[in-house]
Design a protein around this ligand. Structure first.
Ligand SMILES: *Cc1c(COP(=O)(O)O)cnc(C)c1O
Length: 233
């Protein structure tokens, strides 16, 4: 193992942990209400192994081509895999083989496809409804008005379970304002589905605002592993 890399990642993790703890304290929340998902896209399986050695159990990826290989290389580790990127229906069979949670469910066809492939694989996959908080679905996510309907569809589909909601803060708006709308949507979904408790929000730059507005899962890449060489959303 690369000792230097391990030291780097341990330092990143300690800093992220400190930021999460501080944000929880500021919001009057317990630290264990927030789960850190380490987003390892563009970084090698060896980094996932280092994170696992440091106690991280939740790993996020956004491209199937990369994630499927990494998940296989790390099959011996006790990890939960989160698929957080835009998902095409022709990739669902592959994703359903390793993903435990899909954060980016934003249309009916995707619900049906994930359900079908999960049943086929003998698995049960948690699905989060991704919300376009600027109401522009171009970058992924359902319009706010479509969220309750999608949640119902997930709840009614075999092979999947309704986990909650997810969003990326829109550009050009104070993230806290956007995350407040996400929390309102999450509470509306929870009124009918008390088990759908996940609010996946917050990344390296805005995790504190997300935690202040109820995030249960933060998805952090850069602050843990460093700046990615390629721009990959
Ligand atoms: C890459 C990515 C993240 C992590 O972003 P950082 O700014 O590197 O922390 C979180 N969520 C999604 C959907 C991503 O694609």
């Amino acid at each position: 193992m690369d000792v230097t890399r391990k030291t780097q990642i341990a330092a990143g993790l300690a800093e992220v942990e400190a930021r999460i703890a501080e944000a929880c304290a500021a919001a009057g929340r317990a630290r264990d209400e927030v789960t850190l998902v380490a987003v390892t896209k563009t970084y090698p399986a060896e980094d996932v192994r280092i994170l696992a050695g440091l106690g991280v159990r939740e790993i996020g990826e956004n491209r199937d081509q990369e994630a499927s290989v990494k998940a296989r290389e790390c099959a011996d580790l006790p990890l939960t895999w989160h698929f957080v990127g835009q998902l095409q229906t022709n990739k669902v069979r592959s994703v359903a083989a390793y993903a435990d949670v899909v954060h980016s469910v934003d249309r009916s066809r995707l619900v049906a496809a994930i359900g079908r492939e999960a049943v086929r694989a003998g698995r049960r996959i948690s699905c989060l409804v991704q919300v376009a908080l600027d109401d522009d679905p171009a970058r992924g996510g359902a319009r706010a008005a479509d969220v309750p309907g999608l949640a119902e569809e997930i709840a009614a589909t075999e092979g999947v379970r309704l986990g909650g909601v997810m969003a990326v803060a829109p550009l050009g708006e104070e993230p806290g304002k956007a995350f407040a709308r996400l929390r309102d949507l999450a509470l509306a979904v929870q009124a009918g589905h008390p088990g759908a408790t996940i609010i996946s929000a917050g990344m390296s730059g805005d995790l504190a605002q997300a935690i202040a507005h109820g995030a249960t899962h933060v998805r952090v890449g850069t602050a843990l592993l460093g700046r990615r060489k390629l721009f990959v959303r």
